[in-house]
Design a protein around this ligand. Sequence first.
Ligand code: NAD
Length: 266
Amino acid sequence: MSDRSVVVTGAGSGIGRAIALHLAGHGWGVVLVDVDGAAVRGVATTVAGANRVVVGDVAVRPTHARAAAEAAQLGALSGWVNCAGITIRQHLHQLDESVVARLVGVNQLGTLWGTSQAISSFVDGRRAGAVVNISSVHGQRAYPEYGIYEMTKAAIDALTRSAAASYGDRGIRVNSVAPGAVVTPALERSFESAPVPAAARRDLESRNPLRRLAQPAEVAAVVEFLLSPSAGYINGATIAVDGGWGILLGRDSDDPQTRRTEGGSR
Ligand code: NAD
């Protein structure tokens, strides 16, 4: 038994995997949830400390009840991270209904069911608790052809604010983390879809003020902070972990022919 337990969805890969490993390293008993059984069982073998695995689809509500029940076996359930998500690019004028339903089901409803289950468990146990939802820079900014994904991520930020406003008086905090481009299997697959993957990666790096992509551990560290008492007065916030990508208006092109040296005023 640990003192406290946390549920992490999407723990079989990428950011969710890093969060599960990081939280275990900080003494949390971790329930790893993922639809990919082989992947999540593999991650669980590398977790230092008490853990349980739940193989299930976050779009289906009972998956979350199973995760909460497993967490109660590990320690007092007091944290929940909704990280499972999928990214699919689609043209708005050529929407595939089943793809839209999948994106909404996994990203939006999956986060809703998880947040709802976490809060129910905290309220029933008369315990304080914290939820962190993984949104994205896409929740607040637009990038062509990511409209449905962006709709689901904006919904996650809205849900986060509503839950924070509704349950703060019971000691329950709800925040979201909005990563920029993070090196994960999903992003690597996206690069592989370009004619020259290395060029696609360099292009994305060049758009960021830090001129690099994030590592999953850099997101995990912020999630751990938001779950901890050190973040006790942060509630309803969306914290960007994007290297400053979202605040960037633009920058001069690398082409010296276009470089303006003056602001223009006399
Ligand atoms: P990933 O594909 O590497 O990992 C996602 C994990 O979620 C996988 O193990 C997958 O099996 C699991 N999963 C997918 N659908 C599921 C379902 N229905 N039920 C349970 N598990 C499911 O992806 P990632 O890049 O680590 O992304 C994780 C989260 O971070 C997503 O919500 C994504 O939108 C968000 N995000 C990622 C980036 C990035 O650049 N990688 C940026 C911003 C936000």
